[in-house]
Each structure stands twice: as structure tokens, then as C-alpha cells.
Design a protein around this ligand. Structure first.
Ligand code: PRP
Length: 188
């Protein structure tokens, strides 16, 4: 088994799962008349969307959409392109974008525009996490799990360069903690 560096836990798994269930319950109450079209933003939102869907009574699959913004770095490039998800049946539907985190807000803004252009009647946002301190584009989040401080977090689907998505908790990434735990050279 790969060793996991002792990163500081910001949100433990039980709190994440509990809040996810609460958010799901609210979505169900608000959409009693008609199931929304759920669109999860890959790759980060996969874990959150999977847990969320377990509490939803509808048969429709959670659709996947991909947008490029960060690449493998830790700073947003500022440009967001919709890469996949052009076949999502959004026409005439209430769409809910499911995100792991809203940071600058650029991804949500671009996806909202894309889905409205695809004919969605309304586009709402479900986000597990939000970092308001980082916002560049204003975003209305209809369903929010947790507001968090401006720290680089990983786990529960969130990564740094593809690593640590599988961690059960949301933890704070620290390259020094990682280096000392894994015995990496500071020159590497
Ligand atoms: C992250 C996250 C959101 C987006 C939020 O995705 O999953 O989709 O950034 O940032 P923003 O509000 O500044 O636009 P990322 O591009 O890192 O890809 P990933 O989900 O595959 O990790």
C-alpha cells in the first residue's frame, strides 16, 4: 500500500458524507415536480457526485462534463474550454452542475454558458466546497457543502497533479510534509 503523508485534515470523511446527504435531501425537496439533469464536472467531482447520487431517487444517470482550466499546475490559467459533454440532454431541462470546488468561478461560468447555449431552461450549481476568497467571477451556488479558507486542499476527489484523489478526507496539501514522509529530495 502506498504511504500517505500526514497532511492536516480540514474536513473528515464522516462530515463530508453527512453534509452530502443533507445537500441531496434539499435537492430532492426542491425538485419534487421534475428531476433535474445532473452534470458532474470531471474529474474532481466524481467522488462527490457518486455519493450525492446515492441519496437521489431518480433513475437518470449523472452526466459527465470535462473542462480544462488548471492542467497539472496549481494556478488557474484563466481560460476554460469545454472538452466533453456536448451530448448532454440539457434542452428544456433544469440542469444542476455538480462541482467538487468553486475557486475562481471561471469553470462554473463557462459551463453555465455552455449549458444555457445547449438549451437548458435553468442552470443551478451544487458544490461540495467553495473558496470565496479566490473568486474572480461571481457565482451563485444553489447548494453548498462547505465554505473553506484559501488553502490548497486535496482528497475526496481533489488532486495535485493527479495524486491523492483517493484520500478519504479533504486535507491540506503541503509539499514539505509530502517530501519528508515520502523521503523525496528537496532538490527533486
Ligand atoms: C478544478 C475543480 C473545478 C475547478 C474550479 O478542476 O474540480 O472544476 O478546478 O476552479 P475555478 O473555480 O477556478 O474554475 P481542475 O481543472 O483542477 O480539474 P480536475 O477536476 O480534473 O482536477
Amino acid at each position: 500500500m502506498t504511504k500517505v503523508p500526514p497532511f492536516r485534515v480540514l474536513l473528515p470523511r464522516d462530515a463530508l458524507l453527512r453534509r452530502t446527504a443533507e445537500v441531496a435531501r434539499q435537492i430532492v425537496v426542491d425538485h419534487a415536480a421534475e428531476p433535474p439533469c445532473l452534470v458532474a464536472v470531471m474529474e474532481g467531482a466524481r467522488t462527490f457526485a457518486t455519493h450525492l447520487a446515492r441519496h437521489l431517487p431518480w433513475r437518470d444517470p449523472v452526466h459527465e462534463i470535462r473542462a480544462s482550466s488548471y492542467g497539472s499546475g496549481t494556478v488557474s490559467s484563466g481560460t476554460v474550454k469545454v472538452l466533453t459533454g456536448h451530448d448532454i440532454p440539457a434542452d428544456g431541462r433544469d440542469v444542476l452542475i455538480v462541482e467538487d470546488i468553486v475557486d475562481t468561478g471561471r469553470t462554473i461560468a463557462a459551463l453555465r454558458e455552455h449549458l444555457l447555449a445547449s438549451g437548458a431552461r435553468r442552470v443551478g450549481v451544487v458544490a461540495l466546497l467553495s473558496k470565496p476568497a479566490r473568486r474572480v467571477v461571481p457565482v451563485d451556488i444553489d447548494y453548498l457543502g462547505f465554505e473553506i479558507p484559501d488553502e490548497f486542499i486535496i482528497g475526496f476527489g481533489l488532486d495535485v497533479a493527479g495524486r491523492y484523489r483517493e484520500l478519504p478526507d479533504v486535507v491540506v496539501y503541503d509539499s514539505e510534509v509530502e517530501r519528508s514522509a515520502l523521503g523525496w529530495s528537496t532538490l527533486g
